[in-house]
Every structure is written in C-alpha cells, then in structure tokens.
Design a protein. Structure first.
Length: 286
C-alpha cells in the first residue's frame, strides 16, 4: 500500500490486472540496436549486473535476457506488473546459468547496497520519477563509472502518415488526453538534469547531467485489436469512465476500418522512433 500512496495518481492505473494484460498485449518491444549498443558502445558484458528500473511487464527485461545478459534485477512497484513480468521471464528465471530476479521497489528507495550495478536501465519509465531524489538513489546503487540508460518508444505522426487521424484521437485530442499526466514527449523529464547541472555540488556527485543520445527506427507489426490494447494501457485512459473508454475504442475502430491497410483487424506496420539517452556515474565523486 505504501508504494501506491507514493505514486503519481495516474500511475496507480498500473495496479490493475486488466491494464497490465493490455500492456503485455499492446505495447511495442524495442529495436535490437538499442540492446547491442549496451555492449558495443557502452562496454557492458554478458556478466554485467543490470537493473531494469520500473520494468513494467518486462518488455525490455526480456530483450536483455534474450541477448545473453545473465545478471538482471527487475524492479517494479506494481504487483500486477511484477506478476506479468515474472511470467514473461519465466524461462530465464528458471535458467540455472542466469541470475534473473523480479523485486518490489521504488526509484526513490531502492533495496540495494551502494555501488551494486554496472548499469541501470529505465525503459519507458523515467518520466514517472524524474526528480532529484530518484537520481540520487540511482547514483547511489550504480558502481563508479556505471551507466544510466533511458529509452522510450515514441509514436511519430510523420512516420505514420496513413494513420495520422487515428493517432490524433488519443495523442493530442484534449477530450482523450491529460496534460497533467507525465509523458516523455513533453520533455519535462529533462528538467531534473538541468537542475543538477545548475547545482555545483550535485553536478559533481550525481550522474553526469550532460546526456548523450541515439535514435533508432522501430517497426512493429500490429492490428486494430493490439492498438486498442495499447490505448487502454495508457495510464490516464485506463482511468477513464467505461463509457468514455468505449467511445474512444469505437472511434479507433472506425478510423482503422476506414483504411485499406488496417481494416478488419488486418496486420499493418506502425513505426516508432526509439530514443535512447545515457550517462554515467562519476568514477571519483567529490
């Protein structure tokens, strides 16, 4: 219960089995390039100790496991998400050659010793805990020189011109949006790094606030059914009254059925722009 009280009000939507199931079904995975760069560019190895922070249902965790990372701790405050993550990772958790765990925890109070992790990944999540207390805690449990790695899938209307009208239904339509809900695309999550940069002490002791970035195209095969699941997994939409959700679902179906590429639940390609940001803990904090 403490974890729920400490969460943003919209994040409480994720403490729900139906929402968790929609997340598993509808949310996209990540491009393989975003995993390869952990080893090829950031110097991690198969034996590196990695945390997937606010791991959700294990979308990113699974890719880490599939690419032979052997020591992964998946941290998630939602019991429903933890259950689905454990199910998604079941074969890896049972693999005696790997050390994969799913545990309860919040970004502001991580249950680990100092200097534990070679890398902390935040996949589709940092905008929920973009504050100095969380960055302090992340820095504490990272090893000196350890990597903080943030990744988001972002739907772009420019890359999906055929489906622009569908995307507009739940991206920028004020009737089906919530300006107060944390989102990656607003860029508000960047403020904490600017605040750290402007503080002489914090800037020398916390993760380097000068983030580096990479971008990758991410093509996902989907259909109307999965798009509806994706939509219903969005926190503030999941909290809508049922009548309002039903209306939005009806509009999505109508929009997708009006297009030859997607009518009658036909599979089609949706293109995401996957954005990665990364930095490191100082080797010798002052």
């Amino acid at each position: 219960m403490t974890e729920i009280l400490n969460l943003h009000s919209n994040a409480k939507a994720y403490h729900n089995k139906e929402v968790s199931s929609n997340y598993v079904k509808g949310r996209p995975s990540y491009p393989i390039e975003s995993i390869k760069m952990l080893k090829e560019e950031l110097g991690l190895t198969d034996d590196s100790v990695i945390m997937d922070l606010a791991c959700g249902t294990g979308k990113f965790s699974k890719m880490l496991c599939e690419n032979n990372f052997k020591n992964i701790v998946c941290v998630e405050p939602s019991p429903e998400f933890r259950d689905d993550c454990s199910n998604v990772l079941k074969e890896f958790i049972q693999d005696e050659n790997k050390n994969i765990k799913v545990v309860n925890g919040l970004a502001t109070s991580l249950p680990f010793e100092d200097d534990t992790f070679d890398c902390i990944c935040a996949a589709q999540s940092f905008h929920w805990y973009d504050n100095v207390d969380a960055v302090k805690e992340i820095t504490r449990v990272l090893k000196p020189g350890g990597v903080f790695y943030l990744i988001w899938n972002n739907l772009s209307e420019d890359d999906n011109p055929i489906f622009k009208s569908t995307l507009e239904l739940f991206k920028d339509n004020k009737q089906y949006n919530d300006d107060n809900s944390p989102k990656f695309r607003t860029g508000k999550w960047r403020k904490v790094f600017q605040d750290i940069k402007n503080d002489e002490i914090l800037s020398k002791n916390l993760i380097d606030p000068n983030l580096q970035s990479r971008k990758f195209k991410n093509e996902q095969i989907t259909n109307t059914e999965n798009i509806i699941a994706t939509t219903l997994s969005i926190s503030f939409i999941a909290l809508f009254p049922q009548e309002k959700k039903d209306k939005l679902i009806s509009l999505i179906k109508e929009s997708l059925n009006s297009k030859e590429e997607s009518k009658d639940n036909k599979d089609f390609t949706m293109i995401y722009l996957t954005e990665v940001y990364f930095s490191r803990k100082p080797i010798n904090p002052i």
